[in-house]
Design a protein around this ligand. Structure first.
Ligand SMILES: Nc1ncnc2c1ncn2[C@@H]1O[C@H](COP(=O)(O)OP(=O)(O)OP(=O)(O)O)[C@@H](O)[C@H]1O
Ligand SMILES: [Mg+2]
Length: 266
């Protein structure tokens, strides 16, 4: 299928020719009888930073699960690296940190060990980690504000801190597609900035695509290429500037349900 037919492109289209990493066409899904997502189209290309926003319960996490193949749609199609998401061969290319990672409370590994595991995907795990690899792990841990807790076992950390350890692991693996679900809730401003720097580095230096679900977008407001507003269906998909021009009010979503950053824009 021609991916360019899926969704309207921004006018100043810099994505042309860039590989589509993640795609949805006409996705419809519900857990019970009622659909929680209806006819959703979305695409994320290499080098693109897309923010997915919407009120609680609007279907953001569900959409991610459909896109990554852990749920099957009632109708429509999801594509991961141009293929059905269930297909093999994407390990290492994809970094995904769910909203509430499934954790074993018995997990004795430290933050540093968990993040180092992100480097094992380069296929040379039997060799000692290179200096660059060690630096990468250190940067990743610092960028989520866990430097002081690096040697602590994961099961002694709070849920939010554990989630940040998994984000650091995803950064360390340098994925070509990074999908993050509410990663920075409750994170202090300094950590937000280093988190932002890591995201931008991954996008600019490695050409990765990023899909970020978040209510706290202030730190990345200047870096986001596209904002997608979801409430059962896609209410808006375009640049932040276009969203300002259109006005959040016209979308039928309460401003308090959207990131503070959007309130600042209006
Ligand atoms: N496992 C599940 N079983 C049944 N219903 C579910 C399940 N997960 C989510 N839902 C329902 O589907 C709808 C969408 O939920 P989802 O978690 O995708 O929303 P969200 O946009 O991620 O919300 P939040 O901002 O709170 O994370 C909600 O009405 C929710 O109650
Ligand atoms: Mg969610």
């Amino acid at each position: 299928m021609d991916s360019t037919a899926l969704s309207p492109m921004p006018a100043d289209d810099e994505r042309a020719g860039n590989e589509e990493l993640l795609g949805a066409a006409g996705l419809t899904f519900g857990y019970g009888r009622d659909a929680v997502l209806e006819n959703v189209d979305l695409s994320v290309h290499a080098g693109e930073f897309v923010a997915l926003v919407g009120p609680n319960g609007s279907g953001k996490s569900t959409l991610l699960r459909l896109l990554l193949g852990s749920l099957q749609p009632w109708a429509g199609e999801a594509r991961l690296f141009g293929r059905p998401p269930g297909s093999v061969g994407k390990r290492g290319q994809l970094g995904y940190v769910p909203q509430r990672p499934n954790l074993s409370s018995a997990l004795p590994a430290t933050v540093h060990e968990i993040v180092s595991a992100g480097r094992l995907t380069d296929g040379r795990w039997w060799l000692p980690m290179s200096r660059a690899g060690r630096d990468q792990v250190g940067h990743a841990i610092a960028s989520v504000g866990l430097a002081d807790l690096a040697r602590r076992p994961l099961n002694e950390l709070s849920g939010g801190q554990q989630q940040r350890a998994f984000i650091a692991r995803a950064f360390a693996s340098e994925p070509s597609l990074l999908v993050l679900d509410e990663p920075t809730a409750g994170v202090d401003a300094a950590s937000q900035r280093s988190f932002r720097d890591s995201l931008v580095h991954l996008i600019r230096e490695h050409g990765a695509g990023v899909l970020l679900v978040s209510h706290e977008l202030s730190a990345v407001a200047d870096d986001v290429d596209r904002v997608v507003v979801l409430k059962r269906t896609i209410l808006f998909d375009g640049t932040p500037a276009d969203l300002v021009a259109e006005g959040v009010g016209s979308l039928g979503v309460h401003e308090e349900d959207l990131p503070i950053w959007l309130e600042q824009l209006t």
